[in-house]
Design a protein around this ligand. Structure first.
Ligand code: MCN
Ligand code: MOS
Length: 763
C-alpha cells in the first residue's frame, strides 16, 4: 500500500497518525525535570504568601491580632477579613454572575481549615513563621461534622434530579423478588502529586497568572472579573500540570488572595497550597449514601428500581454529587423512581472528582444488581444481559452506539468467567478465599466547541496552538497526531503548544470532553491549512507546480506532489522557500454559525453554558465499560488484594490506543484505591479532616495493583465527535469499586455496602 492509500484509509503508516500508538510527547520532559510547573517559575522580586487556616469548623472570627505577625522579620503584608480587597464577584461555571463585592476572607466560619488570613513575606520561611503568630479569636458554634452527624438531618430535595416513570413503589410491592440496601461512600480526595497554588504578577493593569489549570480560559475569566479587567488583560499560563482529576478547573479564593496581594505590593506573589491544605482549600468528592430497592420477576426481569440518594454539601455552597446519575441509564426497567437530597454540613464545598456522580452512583446500582443476582440464583453477567436496555430508558432516545453486550462478552471471555463457581466462599487457594465479581459503568459524551491555530513555518515545521491543556491525559500527543494526519506530515514535524489563555479557545478539560472537542478543531484547522498550502502551490507565480497543469496536489509524509506522481515532489520547507513565505497561519473553530461571533466565542471558551448534554439531539451518547475482578481475601486477617482485573470498554474510536489504555488503567487504579483504601476521616468533635496527608490518606501504590488487562470493543461513533471518539478519561473508574465489592462478597459471603472495604468490615 502506498503512503497515499494509507492516508486515504485514515491510518498512519508509521503509527503516528490518528489511531497510532505514539508515546506521550511531554513524557520525557515531565520525568526528567524539563517541564516547568506553575510554582517553579522564578520571577524577580518574588514574595511568598501563606494561608492561616481556622481551627474551628463553625462560628465566627471575633478578633484577629496581627501585630506580632506584622512585626516579624520579612513580613510585607497581612490580610484579614477586615480588608476589603475591592474585588467583584465573578461568574459561576455557567457564566451567571451576581452583583456585589467578593471577599475571599470572611469572618463567618463554615468549616475547619477555612482560611482566615494570609501573610506575605520576603521568603516562604518568614511567611510560614509569621502565619503562626497571627492570633485568631473565635466565637465557636456547634458544627455538623458530616453526613452521619445526627444533627445533619435528611437535607433538601434537589428537584431537578427527581426521575420517575411508571409506578415504582407499587411495582416493588408486587415484585416476586426484592432486594434492598443502603450504600455509602466516604469523602475522597484528588491527591494530585502537584499541589495547587499559583504565582501572580502584575504589569500595570495586566495580570499574569502561573497556575495549574484544567481550563485556562475559564480561570482567566474569573481573575478578569474579580479585578474588573478586560478579559484580554489576564494571561493564565499552564503548560504542564501534575494531575488535576477535576480539582484544577476553577480559580479559587487563594488565587484571588495572591493576585490581590501582588497588586497591593507591586511585586509578584507565590502562594503554594500545602499538602494538608489540599484537603481544605478546595473540595474532594462529597460523602454519599443511597438506598436502592430492586424488584424483579422470578426469572430475573427487573420490574422496579427505587433509588433515594443524598450527598453532603457545605453550608455556603452547593455541590451535587448525583448518586442517581447512572441508575436510570443502565437497565431496561418499566418502573423507576429516583430522588436525591443535599445535606449541608461544615465542610469545604465538595467538588468534581473523576466521574462525579456516575462513580458513587455505579457503586449503588451495581452492588444492588449483584445482590439481586444472588437472590435470584442467576449469574450476574446473565442478569445484566437479561435486563439489557436497547435504548436509553430515561430519554427514550436510541443510543448513538452502545457496545455493552460486546464488552460483557469480551471481558467475560478474557477473564475466564465461565469457570466461576457461583456459590460464595466456594473458590479458594489454600488459606485465601478467592472471589470473582463483575460490574458495569458508563460516562456521558459531553460535546463543546474549540478553536485551533495551525502555523507552518519556513522550515516546514508545523505548530498547533491552543489554550487547551494537558494534565497527563495526552492532549499534546493526540493533537500532534491529528495535525500530522490531516496535513500529511510526519508527527515529529509537529509541535503542539498548549496551556495559555491568550491562545485560541478551548472547552474545559473536564467531563472527558477535551479530546473530542480539540481533535475536531485541530482536524478542521489542519485540513484547511493543507488546502491553503495546495492552493498556494498551484497558484503562486513562484511555485514549481504553477505550470504543472494539476488541479490538485497530494501532501504526504511532508512532501507535496502531483497525485499522479509525474511532477516534482518537494518538501513543505522547500515550497515555503520558493514561495518566499515565512509563515502560513490558519485558525479555525468548530462553533456553529449562530455562535461564531464575539459573544458566542467568549461564552464557548470561558463558560460551560454551551456544553451539549448527551441527549441533546436525536441520540443518547455515552461511553460504556465492564470490569471483571478477582480478589484474594486472607481468611484470618480479612485483608483484601485485587489479584486480577479485566475490563472491556466502548469509547468509540480511539485516537491513540496506548494513551487510552493508560487512561483506563489509571481510572481502574484509582477505583481500586477507592474500593479498598481511600477515606477522608473526620473528627466528629472538631469536624476536621484528620488524615490530611499522604501518610494517612491512603491511595493505591504499585504494590496494590495487579496486572490489568483492558480491551476496546468500541466502534467509531459519528454522532459523538468529529473523529468518532467518545470520552475516555473518567469512565474507567466507574464500576470498579462495586466490581471489587461484588468479588469480596463472592469470596467471603460478606456484603460490604460502605466504602472502603477495610479488614474490620470482613472479620
Ligand atoms: N483519548 C483517545 N481517544 C478517545 C478519547 C480520548 O485517544 N476517543 C485519549 C487521549 O489521550 C486524551 C485522553 O484519552 O488526551 C483523555 O481524553 P478525554 O476522555 O476527552 O478527557 P479530557 O481530555 O477532557 O481529560 C479530562 C479527563 C478528566 S475529566 C479527568 S477527571 C481526568 C482524566 O481526564 N484527570 C486526569 N484523565 C487524567 N489523566 C491524568 N494523567 N491526570 C488527570 O488529572
Ligand atoms: Mo473531570 S472530574 O470532569 O475534571
Amino acid at each position: 500500500m502506498t503512503v497515499l492509500e494509507t492516508r486515504q484509509r485514515g491510518e498512519a503508516s508509521d503509527g503516528s497518525g490518528i489511531g497510532g500508538r505514539h508515546s506521550r510527547i511531554d513524557g520525557r520532559l515531565k520525568i526528567t525535570g524539563g517541564a516547568t510547573y506553575a510554582l517553579e517559575h522564578r520571577l524577580e522580586n518574588l514574595t511568598y504568601a501563606v494561608l492561616v487556616p481556622s481551627t474551628i469548623a463553625a462560628g465566627r472570627v471575633t478578633e484577629i491580632d496581627t501585630a506580632a505577625a506584622k512585626a516579624a522579620p520579612g513580613v510585607l503584608l497581612v490580610l484579614t477579613p477586615d480588608d476589603d480587597l475591592g474585588l467583584a464577584i465573578a461568574s459561576d461555571w455557567f457564566g451567571n454572575r451576581a452583583e456585589g463585592n467578593y471577599r475571599p476572607l470572611v469572618p463567618e466560619i463554615a468549616f475547619n481549615g477555612q482560611a482566615v488570613a494570609v501573610v506575605v513575606a520576603e521568603t516562604l520561611e518568614q511567611a510560614t513563621a509569621a502565619a503562626s503568630l497571627v492570633k485568631v479569636s473565635y466565637e465557636e458554634a456547634q458544627a455538623i461534622a458530616g453526613l452521619d452527624d445526627p444533627r445533619a438531618g435528611d437535607g433538601n430535595l434537589v428537584d431537578n434530579l427527581t426521575v420517575t416513570w411508571g409506578d415504582a413503589e407499587a411495582a416493588l410491592v408486587a415484585a416476586a423478588i426484592k432486594v434492598e440496601g443502603e450504600y455509602r461512600t466516604p469523602r475522597e480526595y484528588h491527591v494530585t502529586i502537584e499541589p495547587h497554588g499559583l504565582t501572580a504578577a502584575w504589569e500595570g493593569d495586566r495580570l499574569t497568572i502561573f497556575e495549574p489549570s484544567q481550563w485556562t480560559h475559564g480561570m482567566a475569566r474569573s481573575y478578569a472579573e474579580w479585578f474588573g479587567l478586560p478579559y484580554e488583560n489576564v494571561t493564565l499560563i499552564s503548560p504542564f500540570i501534575g494531575g488535576g482529576f477535576g480539582s484544577k478547573a476553577s480559580a479559587s479564593f487563594y488565587g484571588a488572595l495572591a493576585a490581590a496581594s501582588a497588586k497591593r505590593l507591586g511585586r509578584p506573589v507565590k502562594l503554594a497550597i500545602t499538602r494538608p491544605q489540599t484537603f481544605t482549600a478546595y473540595g474532594g468528592r462529597a460523602a454519599t449514601r443511597q438506598k436502592i430497592a430492586l424488584g424483579a420477576s422470578e426469572d430475573g426481569v427487573l420490574q422496579a428500581i427505587v433509588h433515594r440518594g443524598a450527598n453532603e454539601t457545605s453550608m455556603v455552597g452547593t455541590w451535587v454529587e448525583n448518586t442517581g446519575a447512572a441508575t436510570p441509564l443502565l437497565y431496561a426497567v418499566p418502573n423507576f423512581s429516583s430522588e436525591n437530597r443535599l445535606v449541608p454540613v461544615n465542610t469545604v464545598t465538595p467538588g468534581a472528582l473523576r466521574a462525579p456522580g456516575k462513580n458513587p452512583s455505579a457503586f449503588g446500582i451495581e452492588s444492588a444488581m449483584d445482590e439481586l443476582a444472588y437472590a435470584l440464583g442467576i449469574d450476574p453477567v446473565e442478569l445484566r444481559l437479561k435486563n439489557y436496555a436497547e435504548k436509553d430508558p430515561q430519554s427514550g432516545k436510541p443510543w448513538s452506539t452502545r457496545q455493552l453486550r460486546e464488552a460483557l462478552a469480551a471481558g467475560a471471555e478474557a477473564f475466564g468467567w465461565s469457570r466461576r463457581s457461583p456459590e460464595p466462599r466456594s473458590m479458594r487457594d489454600g488459606h485465601t478465599l478467592v472471589g470473582w465479581g463483575v460490574a458495569i459503568g458508563t460516562f456521558p459524551v459531553i460535546r463543546a466547541y474549540g478553536e485551533a491555530l495551525i502555523a507552518i513555518g519556513r522550515d516546514g515545521r508545523v505548530e498547533v496552538i491552543s489554550g487547551a491543556i494537558d494534565m497527563g491525559q495526552g492532549t499534546y500527543t493526540i493533537l500532534a497526531q491529528t495535525a500530522a494526519e490531516a496535513l500529511g506530515v510526519p508527527v515529529d514535524q509537529v509541535e503542539v503548544r498548549l496551556g495559555d489563555s491568550s491562545m485560541p479557545g478551548a472547552a474545559v478539560a473536564g467531563g472527558s470532553m477535551l479530546a473530542g472537542v480539540m481533535t475536531g478543531a485541530v482536524h478542521k484547522a489542519a485540513s484547511a491549512a493543507r488546502e491553503e498550502l495546495i492552493a498556494l502551490a498551484l497558484n503562486d507565480p513562484n511555485s514549481p507546480f504553477r505550470d504543472s497543469g494539476a488541479n490538485t496536489l497530494s501532501v504526504a509524509e511532508g512532501l507535496i506532489a502531483s497525485p499522479r506522481g509525474d511532477g516534482p515532489a518537494i518538501s513543505i520547507a522547500e515550497l515555503m522557500v520558493q514561495l518566499g513565505r515565512d509563515r502560513i497561519e490558519v485558525k479555525r473553530d468548530t462553533l456553529p454559525g449562530a455562535l461564531a461571533n464575539d459573544e458566542g466565542r467568549l461564552k464557548a471558551w470561558t463558560t460551560m453554558s454551551l456544553m451539549r448534554a448527551p441527549t441533546d439531539g436525536d441520540y443518547s451518547m455515552h461511553s460504556w465499560c465492564t470490569h471483571f475482578v478477582e480478589v484474594r481475601v486472607d481468611e484470618d486477617f480479612g485483608t483484601v488484594r485485587v489479584s486480577r482485573v479485566v475490563s472491556a470498554f466502548d469509547c468509540g474510536r480511539l485516537y491513540n490506543p496506548k494513551l487510552v489504555e493508560s487512561q483506563w488503567k489509571g481510572g481502574i487504579i484509582m477505583g481500586i484505591g477507592q474500593a479498598l483504601l481511600e477515606e477522608g476521616l473526620v473528627d466528629p468533635r472538631r469536624a476536621r479532616v484528620i488524615n490530611n496527608n499522604l501518610g494517612d490518606y491512603l491511595v493505591a501504590t504499585n504494590a496494590d495493583i495487579p496486572d490489568i488487562e483492558v480491551i476496546s470493543v468500541g466502534v467509531p461513533d459519528p454522532h459523538a465527535s468529529v473523529l468518532g471518539g467518545k470520552g475516555v478519561g473518567e469512565v474507567g473508574i466507574v464500576g470498579v469499586a462495586p466490581a471489587i465489592a461484588n468479588a469480596v462478597f463472592h469470596a467471603t459471603g460478606k456484603r460490604v455496602r460502605d466504602l472502603p472495604i477495610t479488614l474490620e468490615k470482613l472479620i
